[in-house]
Design a protein around this ligand. Structure first.
Ligand SMILES: *Cc1c(COP(=O)(O)O)cnc(C)c1O
Length: 405
């Protein structure tokens, strides 16, 4: 018996309890969850159990070798020289902005189609978000929508690699350069995504990652990181996240009032363990996304488009459907869980209204249509088939779960 009591048999038992019995009357309908984080935890646990318990019982919880090890591995994976672990992805963006000297009324371009944290971090850094519309094909920031949003007070742009797809970094970087804007990458959904073979997060002045459990690389709780090639920016982020502390022997010297946003050692151990599986899990996501595309394309169901030189890592598999509310409810009755990313564009969320006067038609229209289908590394092709059959039925056959025999 292993010391934690989580033997393979009990892990299977937890899974059965969690998944629960099938509701009666469903016949052969396959129930498909939106994701399966427990399967990832169960796969990684045997590989980290010793380190995790040694750290837990040895009581070295914040910082230390486990954090430094993960930071080194994550920088290497991203192809950059520096990584600073922080408490979460939102802090990563806020600290990156502050470390780059952006705040105090500076304007920062943010795509309207993103998680609210991207824009909230701008506000928290004391800067002002300026929202840009997105491409109708990829739902990402593109050169035209970036150009249209830039004002004379803009100091930076946050490029968001949403859903796991890297934005066109060649074109966006050249527009940013033309206007003297710093580029910050929000790669919270894009671990291992690549543009022309180069990692998301490695193009801009900084790349910001979240390791929230549901992300492609997720901790056992909240965690995040900033990656950069610039040692000064890395030092500044590290100091900001650690009470403004100077490094090494000068630990009682606080050069400015920082805050506490550190990565803890237990999360770092979980992340290092999962990092060893990330490429395999990513390949599986891509394989399953292809299977989706092979089925949905011929059925005339619109997936969010992918650009040629992009390695999309499918954090989310997003389709656009009419009458999305009905479709989502019908799918639920078929036992298919779905998600919405995002039903309200960022610039229309209460704390952010008032920063944009113009309408952003593509972000607003697509927000009413997007539907995220189940996709996770431990999903089976059979489950993908079940989702596709249910979706086709709901969209085209006018049949509901209640009336299907
Ligand atoms: C998850 C996410 C964040 C925030 O990360 P947290 O770790 O939850 O703070 C920021 N931007 C995007 C695009 C995200 O998906």
């Amino acid at each position: 018996m292993c010391p934690t009591g989580i033997s393979a048999a009990s892990a299977r038992r937890y899974r059965r309890q969690r998944n629960g019995p099938r509701p009666p009357g469903r016949g052969s309908v396959t129930t498909v969850p939106f994701s399966d984080l427990a399967a990832m935890s169960q796969e990684v646990w045997p590989t980290i159990e010793d380190d995790y318990l040694r750290c837990l019982l040895g009581a070295s919880y914040v910082g230390g070798a486990a954090v430094a090890d993960f930071e080194r591995s994550w920088a290497e994976y991203c192809g950059v020289s520096h990584c600073v672990g922080v408490a979460n992805g939102t802090d990563a963006i806020e600290l990156a902005l502050t470390a780059l000297g952006i705040g105090d009324g500076d304007e920062v371009v943010v795509p309207a189609n993103t998680f609210i944290a991207t824009a909230a971090a701008v506000l928290r850094a004391g800067a002002v978000p300026v929202f840009a519309d997105v491409s109708d094909d990829t739902l990402l920031l593109d050169p035209a929508t970036l150009r249209a949003a830039i004002t004379p007070r803009c100091k930076a742009v946050i490029v968001v690699h949403l859903y796991g797809q890297p934005a066109d970094m060649d074109a966006l970087t050249s527009v940013a350069d033309e206007h003297g804007l710093l580029v910050i990458e929000d790669a919270a959904q894009a671990h291992g995504a690549q543009w022309r073979g180069r990692m998301a997060g490695s193009f801009g002045a900084v790349g910001c990652f979240s390791f929230y459990p549901g992300k492609n690389l997720g901790a056992f709780g909240d965690a995040g990181a900033v990656v950069t090639r610039c040692p000064k920016v890395a030092d500044r982020v590290r100091a900001l996240a650690n009470h403004g502390r100077a490094g090494g022997a000068a630990r009682h010297q606080h050069d400015f009032a920082g805050r506490n946003s550190r990565l803890d050692a237990l999360q770092a151990i979980a992340l290092s363990g999962k990092l060893a599986m990330l490429e395999r899990w990513t390949c599986r996501r891509i394989e399953l996304a292809r299977h989706y595309a092979d089925r949905l394309g011929p059925a005339g169901i619109r997936m969010v488009g992918t650009a040629g030189p992009a390695r999309h890592v499918y954090h989310l598999l997003v389709v656009r459907v009419p009458d999305r509310h009905r479709v989502q409810n019908e799918l639920r009755r078929f036992g298919i869980e779905t998600g919405l990313h995002y039903p309200v564009p960022c610039h229309l969320q209460p704390p952010l209204r008032g920063y944009t006067r113009e309408r952003l038609p593509i972000a607003e229209q697509s927000a009413a249509e997007v539907l995220s289908l189940p996709l996770f590394p431990h999903m089976t092709r059979h489950q993908v088939d079940a989702v596709c059959v249910a979706l086709e039925t709901v969209l085209f056959a006018g049949v509901t779960a209640g009336t299907a025999s």
